[in-house]
Design a protein around this ligand. Structure first.
Ligand code: NAP
Length: 321
């Protein structure tokens, strides 16, 4: 089978298309014929090496996808060959076949395509936990969502609106601002002076929470956009990690600071099943729009990752094996 392997840490050029024997499912594992693969920042961090997403090389690229079970290992009771599943934590997902742990797989209802399911798993469960658990948005709250036309951003904006929140969205272009408004954003602003703009738009009070997946270039100003006792939710580092934080900056307005990751909010097990059941139900009911911003053949994985990091994309990027 064909698979994309990270031969050594580095830029997109280290991604190699290789032919490998199909893996055998061990105890508690499913072998899945992959139909759609999600491209994520995690894949880029793991390719680059270092930081919080260190992964040994060589390793199979990618963690997210959807497809059909072809064989199951010993002790698997929840799935059988022929079942359609999706997942957000199966290393080696940039491939024609992948092993998925029983506990990391979610059954797919009829009528939802593999492409949409793959697109919704990692960014969708992230948007879900950010809006419902990390800072649970309450009716009438105002929140600031950075990069609102991105994969997580478009989903987070829609879920925030479902919960009765008012969303101030940052984007870097008019086209992206229009997409954010389409997802329900009440106000769209650029990055220049976004802290002051967010204050003006809240009558000087500041927002209840900032969801910041950008990091280095936005972190400090995000703190200044918060009202007293507001929540700074730093969930990613698309522009690089922010510098160390002076605790006194939180003291200035009794702020909360958290750096959540999906690992602790439902990448597997019951929490994954609950969150993904919500997402799949909303998608099936036409209440959650999952935007596919780009499709690439498996062999173009390097181009897909380079495009995601280039800031030029919107919504979700999908690889097709
Ligand atoms: N903690 C978790 O559990 C978790 C899970 C999934 C993803 N994440 C994080 O969520 C963030 C968003 O992920 P995503 O896959 O949905 O990506 P994305 O938002 O589709 O892409 C990143 C966006 O960030 C903005 N951006 C601002 N400055 C940038 C820069 N210097 N370089 C690149 N992009 C920049 C761009 O939007 P504008 O052009 O509009 O500024 C860009 O499109 C990433 O940091 C990722 O690591 C975290």
């Amino acid at each position: 089978m064909r698979a994309i392997v990270v031969s050594r840490h580095g830029g997109p050029e280290v991604l190699e298309l290789q032919d490998a024997p199909a893996p055998e499912p061990g105890a508690g594992q499913l072998l899945v014929g992959v139909e759609a693969i999600g491209v994520n920042y995690r894949d880029i961090y793991e390719r680059e090496g270092g930081g919080t997403h260190a992964a040994q090389t060589p390793h199979g690229a990618g963690v997210e996808g959807a497809g059909t079970v072809t064989a199951v290992g010993e002790g698997v009771e929840r799935f059988a060959p022929g079942d359609r599943v999706a997942w957000s934590n199966a290393p080696g997902s940039y491939a024609e076949q992948v092993l998925v742990a029983d506990d990391a797989a979610v059954p797919l209802p009829d009528g939802i395509s593999s492409e949409l399911s793959a697109a919704a798993m990692l960014q969708g469960t992230t948007a879900h936990y950010l809006a419902t658990s990390t800072y649970p948005i309450a009716d009438g709250d105002t929140v600031l969502v950075h990069a609102a036309a991105g994969g997580v951003g478009l989903l987070l904006t829609q879920i925030a609106k479902r919960r009765g929140g008012r969303v101030i969205a940052t984007t870097s272009s008019d086209e992206k601002a229009e997409l954010a408004r389409g997802a329900g954003a009440d106000e769209t602003i650029g990055y220049d002076g976004f802290g002051d703009h967010a204050r003006e738009l809240t009558g000087g009070e500041g927002v209840h929470a900032v969801y910041d997946g950008i990091g280095a270039t936005t972190f400090d100003e995000s703190l200044s956009a918060l009202r007293p006792r507001g929540y700074m939710v730093l969930y990613g580092a698309a522009s690089g990690p922010p510098p160390p934080v002076e605790i006194a900056k939180l003291n200035a307005a009794s702020l909360f600071l958290t750096r959540p990751t999906l690992t602790h909010y439902g990448r597997e097990g019951e929490e994954l099943r609950t969150r993904s059941a919500d997402l799949l139900e909303w998608i099936a009911a036409g209440e959650l729009d999952v935007r596919i911003g780009g499709r690439y053949p498996l062999e173009d994985a390097a181009r897909a990752q380079a495009d995601l990091a280039s800031r030029a994309t919107t919504g979700k990027l999908i690889l097709t094996p």
